[in-house]
Design a protein around this ligand. Structure first.
Ligand code: UFG
Length: 341
């Protein structure tokens, strides 16, 4: 029998790609999403890739009664992948309570219901933001956690602690905390991808919109950093690689009892790329120019950070494999589909 997995935020960007990989691996998926930053048409995209339409519940995970109803109506859920969260760093500074309420209440409600409904494990979407500006790169999981620079980042740190404290208290559950670096790209079928609302805040959606002529030009936020070309460096990871890591993590929690109840993994490629290098990769991969200019630094930006993914490579048995030019091609194909080109 297929194991049933609840994916919160499953119509979102990383959520939808993970649903596809879970279904490809034979899991049965139930999605809960309030559609606050996504669209129910994503379900059509998922179905046209895998041939299976996931069960979809439109509800908010901060609504404990709605969550309880979901567990009652979908018995036998064995694992949860929790993507449901607000994620815009800048907005979190303006609306901290919204971020604390959404991100923390969602997690607490899920944890609270897990033992009662026999749910064995939860995979949590954390972020390399917990490391702040690293003292050295690449950065591994033993590096110190730095004070958060935004309420968004703080919700990730607090969420990790909530899970650890709950399991320490004897709760009969397991968890894997996945610290993502910078997820980018889209499914190679161009049937699902990132759908930012309004003006994109992140680099790749802004870049593809600039290339498509939707934005006049991309602004490179600073070229006077202490990096080889002066622009910031990140570890960009293909969203399908990232999605596959969740499937492996889920299988490990559900199938293996010889592992720690809480495990933490960095998910990155181990390679740092600058903003200018990413633009060059896009132009090389697609033959399309990205109109861009150099602008001021963005407040709060980290200068450089990239992962040491050794623990994920060795213990999880997962490695990022999609070449960056391939990721860029997929991001562009998705942008063309969205803009109807
Ligand atoms: N950038 C530009 N121009 C833009 C947008 C971004 O030059 O228009 C640059 C940024 O300065 C940064 C890089 O592109 O150097 C990546 O920026 P993103 O906004 O795409 O990503 P961040 O690394 O700032 O943030 C991401 C996630 C956060 C997460 C953080 C952890 O969006 O959710 O990584 O470091 F918290």
């Amino acid at each position: 029998m297929k194991e049933k997995i609840l994916v919160t935020g499953g119509t979102g960007y990383i959520g939808s790609h993970t649903v596809v990989e879970l279904q490809n691996a034979g899991y049965e998926v139930v999605i809960i999403d309030n559609l606050s930053n996504s669209n129910a048409q994503v379900l059509d995209g998922i179905e046209s890739i895998t041939g299976i339409r996931p069960v979809f519940v439109e509800a908010d995970c901060t609504d404990a009664a709605a969550l309880r109803k979901l567990f009652e109506e979908n018995p036998g859920i064995k694992g949860i992948i929790n993507f449901a969260a607000s994620k815009a760093v800048g907005e979190s500074v303006q609306k901290p309570l919204l971020y604390y309420r959404n991100n923390l209440n969602t997690l607490i409600n899920l944890l609270d219901l897990m033992p009662e409904f026999g749910v064995k494990g939860i995979v949590f979407s954390s972020s390399c933001t917990v490391y702040g500006e690293p003292d050295a790169n690449p950065i591994d999981e033993t590096a110190p956690i730095k004070p958060a620079t935004s309420p968004y980042g703080n919700t990730k740190q607090i969420s990790e602690e909530i899970i650890e404290d709950y399991i320490k208290s004897g709760a009969p559950i397991k968890s894997i905390l996945l610290r993502y670096f910078n997820p980018i790209g889209a499914h190679p079928s161009s049937k699902i991808g990132e759908l930012p609302l309004g003006v994109p805040q992140n680099l790749v959606p802004y870049l593809t919109q600039a290339a498509a002529g939707i934005r006049k030009e991309l602004t490179v936020f600073g070229n006077d950093y202490n990096t080889p070309d002066g622009s910031c460096v990140r570890d960009y990871i293909d969203v399908v690689d990232l999605a596959k890591a969740h499937v492996i993590a889920m299988k490990r929690m559900l199938d293996r009892d010889d592992k720690d109840a809480v495990e933490i993994f960095n998910l990155g490629t181990g390679r740092g790329l600058s903003v200018l290098e990413l633009i060059a990769s896009f132009e090389r991969a697609t033959g399309v120019k990205v109109p861009h200019k150099i602008g001021e630094r963005r407040a709060g930006d980290i200068e450089k950070i990239w992962a040491d993914p050794k623990k994920a490579n060795e213990d999880l048995g997962w490695t990022a494999v999609v070449p960056i030019d391939e990721t860029m091609k997929n991001a562009w194909a998705w942008q063309c589909k969205v803009t109807g080109k």
